[in-house]
Design a protein around this ligand. Sequence first.
Ligand SMILES: *Cc1c(COP(=O)(O)O)cnc(C)c1O
Length: 364
Amino acid sequence: MIDQQKLAHNLTALGELKRASGCKLLYSIKALPLQAVLQQVLPYVDGFSVSSLFEARFASAILAGAGDIHLTTPGMRVDECEELAQLCTHISFNSLSQQQRLSFKLEAISCGLRVNPKLSFLDDNRFDPCRPVSKLGVDIRRLEQYGLPANIQGLHWHTVFSCKTVKPMQKTIVRMHDLLAKNRSKLKWINLGGGYLYPQINDHSAFIALIQALRRQFEVDVFIEPGKAVVGDAGFLVSEVIDCFESDGKNIAVLDSSVNQHPEIFEYQKSPTLHFPEHGEQAVVLVGSSCLAGDVFGEYYLADVPKVGDKIIFKDVGAYSLVKANRFNGYPLPNIYELIGEECTHLKQDGYAEFYQQWKTGDG
Ligand SMILES: *Cc1c(COP(=O)(O)O)cnc(C)c1O
């Protein structure tokens, strides 16, 4: 369930940041590329940021020319470049090899480089673009030593995840300063990536000062491209208990959902936060309905042991859940609802027709 009010709250906060700092705002659609979300986001943003040809096509269909489309990906294919040049306004090459091989096909648009500042801010390697032997971005030391290739107009970096302070941004800009200064006459834009949960940061003065200083010192447009900051807390997973029993003395409640519908629960072994019911003293293990033994949402403490038919609602699942959902075991993708005030509208249902379409081969 997407809560339109929460989405509006986040967009208003981001719009205010844009106004106060003069930055340009893109929504990184990979967090949740749902059409209804993109349409609500549209009036607040300067465009979308995308990671692939299909995302670029979808973003372009929704923008209809009224905004920028930025792309960066390690996965750019030579046979896609012609169409990407039509769809995108800005492309940041992920490597010098990619730039050397593909830039001649993308001369019509503004090209930049994704830089790897080699400054880690995350303990968990799986989220850290600056981990050793990283595949993301060109090593800053290489660019300091040999300079930027010709025709590079922008620099892009993206180094944090779910960050609630702009300290990493401050430190990274300090690290980047010499490279920016040396290439001042070439650069038209800087893209600071996503990863910051701006609406959850109370004091925005540090961010505003950083953006204003960058714009003034280097005479560039400065872009931010948040994903989770836009949709993370606007998404809820509403499930129902469909079976209850004990296992080794613990209460198990089986939900009509599973890690299929929010794979990061299993991938990162992180329990989603409960929204309903309230917490209490009774330990209950909430599990999904797939055959995977580790399809477990987690152990929660509730006021009562749940009964079949009870609703269990998780919050903060708007980003990177639905977009990664799958039909393992033949269970459908989640139904999608939009909450507008007190009104709940059904937007979409995944059924047997979609399952059949995915797995049928030939005309049989
Ligand atoms: C994933 C990603 C984003 C959005 O990240 P959030 O953590 O959702 O804000 C922005 N830019 C790049 C390059 C990304 O890979």
